[in-house]
Design a binder for this molecule. Structure first.
Ligand code: AMP
Ligand code: MN
Ligand code: MN
Ligand code: MN
Length: 276
């Protein structure tokens, strides 16, 4: 049986383990096909690839692009592209370049409610300073005792309507698909069950994504409930999307699901990895 994991993070973005460690852990967990999908950055790919190939896995280039759609932060995973593609590299650089300024604005908002030093504190948790993420803020807020764990931070802070959240201009859906497909890859909607969209809005996202050249959605995901899996299996069939699957592993102790420890993809769907 194939064990496939096409969504996970290393310390090149907001994961806890270096890229080589992620690949090593995936191999230990029996993964046969692995994609590393750091946020807006491909820096971790060479190290992860080297270990994955050494361990006999099929390694797929990946990235998780932050976009804004309908006022929400949505994630598009790119898979199996040429990581040397100039437009993809330039696009990801443009998305990354806004992150430090956003982090400074988040820090200023948190200072207004008496939580100081968040920019420097979050930066200390970021291995890659260009990829400062809300996950690093969350780890700092846990470190100084504001919240008991990262999950609680995302209930009370740094999410829409809560202190420390700031609006940000990410890439567009069209740009993200153009960059991935232009580099020879497949664009995938990450964890669609996580977005606060009603059915009509979800259909609109799926239709726009398809019209722009998107080909797959994550059906089985570390952030999907069994009900989400059933709903997005039906959508995949209806719209003719291939099915992707991924743990969204960020690190031991922080993620619900370890690398490769995913429920099977439901029958009757076309796995995105079949073509790899
Ligand atoms: P950013 O890309 O900087 O907006 O940060 C988003 C990241 O925060 C996600 O990729 C997750 O790593 C983390 N995150 C968001 N929501 C949650 C949550 N509810 N629980 C844990 N981590 C979360
Ligand atoms: Mn993350
Ligand atoms: Mn995501
Ligand atoms: Mn992710």
């Amino acid at each position: 049986m194939q064990i496939v994991d096409l969504h996970c993070h290393s310390s090149a973005s907001d994961g806890l383990l270096p890229p080589a460690e992620v690949a090593r852990r995936a191999a230990e967990n029996g993964v046969n096909i692995l994609a590393l999908t750091d946020h807006d950055d491909m820096e971790g790919l060479p190290d992860a690839r080297a270990v994955a190939l050494e361990a006999g896995m099929l390694f797929i280039n990946g990235v998780e692009i932050s976009i804004e759609w309908g006022g929400l932060q949505v994630h598009i995973v790119g898979l199996n592209f040429d990581d040397r593609d100039a437009a993809l590299n330039a696009g990801l650089l443009s998305v990354r370049s806004g992150r430090v300024g956003r982090a400074q604005r988040m820090s200023a908002e948190l200072e207004k409610i008496g939580i100081e030093g968040c920019f420097a504190g979050a930066m200390r948790h970021a291995e890659n300073p260009n990829l400062i993420s809300r996950a690093h803020f969350a780890r700092y807020l846990v470190e100084i005792g504001v919240c008991k764990d990262v999950r609680s931070v995302f209930e009370s802070y740094i999410v829409p309507g809560r202190p420390g959240y700031v609006e940000h201009r990410w890439a567009t859906l069209e740009e993200s698909i153009r960059w991935v497909v232009g580099a020879g890859g497949t664009a995938v909607i990450a964890h669609p069950g996580r977005y606060k969209l009603n059915r009509a809005e979800m259909r609109q996202l799926l239709e726009e994504f398809k019209a722009l050249g998107g080909q797959a959605i994550e059906v089985v995901s570390g952030s999907h409930s069994p009900e989400n899996v059933a709903v997005f299996s039906r959508f995949a069939r209806e719209y003719g999307f291939m099915a992707s699957c991924g743990s969204d592993f960020h690190g031991p102790g922080e993620s619900y699901i370890d690398l490769g420890r995913l429920a099977p993809t439901p029958q009757g769907l076309t796995p995105v990895w079949e073509a790899f």
